[in-house]
Design a protein around this ligand. Sequence first.
Ligand SMILES: NC(=O)c1ccc[n+]([C@@H]2O[C@H](COP(=O)([O-])OP(=O)(O)OC[C@H]3O[C@@H](n4cnc5c(N)ncnc54)[C@H](OP(=O)(O)O)[C@@H]3O)[C@@H](O)[C@H]2O)c1
Length: 366
Amino acid sequence: MRRVKVGVLGATGTVGQRFVELLDGHPWFEVTALAGSERTQGRLYGEAVQWHLGADVPAYARGMRLQPGKPGLDCEVVFSALPSEAAGSLEPLFAAAGYKVFSNASSYRMALDVPLMVPYLNPEHLAAIPVQQARRGWKGFILTNPNCVSIPLAMALAPLHSRFGVRRALVTTMQAISGAGYPGVPSYDILGDVVPYIGGEEQKVETEPLKLLGSWEGEAFRYADIALSAQCHRVPVREGHLLAVSMELGQALPEEDVLSAWQEWRPDMLGMRLPSAPDVPLIYRSEADRPRPGRDAMTASGMGAVLGRLRPCPLLGWKFNVLGHNTVLGAAGCSLLNAELYFASVEQVAETVPDVQPSRSRIPAL
Ligand SMILES: NC(=O)c1ccc[n+]([C@@H]2O[C@H](COP(=O)([O-])OP(=O)(O)OC[C@H]3O[C@@H](n4cnc5c(N)ncnc54)[C@H](OP(=O)(O)O)[C@@H]3O)[C@@H](O)[C@H]2O)c1
């Protein structure tokens, strides 16, 4: 069985730690390189990292030495959890050197030849990779995952958009402090308070879902025709972004039709069953006071989006809440799913792994 060697850039950070946790014991991927900034390079991971997750630093990672985050790492894949500025300069170097880069940073998400992907939503956008490689002369590639709000928002809208059309939506966010990385927002600024500003966030939330819900047309992406408006807030919650959404659909419907579109939705993912994907990634809770970050963020091991409170909206027709874990579904988990999808469908690793179903379909362009 082929095991794919992977590295993590920004491995000591908030998202990097999630990668280190999620990759522990992964059936296809073996972590062979961890990279940090100049601050931590050369130190043992277990000593350099300020671990924020529940359990201890996974045993496999403790004794690994942090390396400089530049090509030369002993791996085929790099998961990038770099700040966007560093990602902007370093990720193309890795892609040019032949590495497969799965990035959380915003630097290349909206680039014309870079897939922005959530396997639940747009797995066919993998077909942009050969075009990117040909245009840029890269042996490797960059494949990005969206912002941590864009993912649960797009997951909530996707089943409705494909059945009924979504004309416009207004989203108000309540975003956890871990979304700002570590140390992130000073405690003095957030304890007992709400900050009604997250730099650059509203623009990302208003554009990324349109690429996700759009199509790859062979040479370029066509964006979904939905008008989005976002208002983003940082709240004193540790993990999990809660969204309040009002939306206008393309037709008048009874409530049961909206609910059943959500409840019946099973993403195709090119016919793959991926090791880190839950069977049901979109969950509707019927209690009046759910979803809540403190109780529901880890639903489906953090890989699910949790919906609730569907009700009429006097302005746009319908309103509801949706919640997503910002560092799992919203970051490292989504990146890991993208890598699983790539290796299952393009490199066909799945057929060598006994507990994963072989694919039903392949992507012709690849
Ligand atoms: N936090 C979230 O919920 C979330 C969600 C979606 C996307 N993202 C994106 O994911 C990326 C990482 O975010 P984060 O929250 O994990 O940030 P973070 O906690 O601040 O961690 C940043 C990491 O990058 C490393 N780093 C910093 N500057 C570097 C440089 N110049 N060269 C190489 N490495 C450098 C740091 O290394 P040292 O510790 O060694 O200094 C650290 O490991 C960002 O692009 C962010 O926008 C974050």
